[in-house]
Design a protein around this ligand. Structure first.
Ligand code: FES
Length: 87
């Protein structure tokens, strides 16, 4: 697992193996708008402030993925121990 800090909300959660960032955030009352939950539509896009996402979506372009400043929280994970999101 890894840790996600929702900086604007002032909350940090642990994301377990097999759990999505979306689900982990929901456990502390942070709701992100979603639609497909499969990394296709882009609805759940969040800005990344710190850390490196492990992109699992098919929505962002390769360039956008390489910039590491956005993440689709319904499916993507983290390469670093911690991600800080602007939510
Ligand atoms: Fe569609 Fe995350 S909800 S990409």
């Amino acid at each position: 697992g890894f840790e996600v800090e929702a900086r604007r909300s002032g909350k940090t959660v642990q994301v377990a193996e097999g759990q999505s960032i979306l689900d982990a955030l929901a456990t502390v009352g942070i709701k992100v708008e979603i639609s497909c939950e499969q990394g296709v539509c882009g609805t759940c896009l969040c800005d990344v402030l710190e850390g490196e996402p492990d992109h699992r979506d098919v929505y962002l372009t390769d360039e956008e993925k390489a910039a590491n400043d956005q993440i689709l929280v319904c499916c993507s994970r983290a390469r670093t121990k911690k991600l800080v999101l602007d939510i």
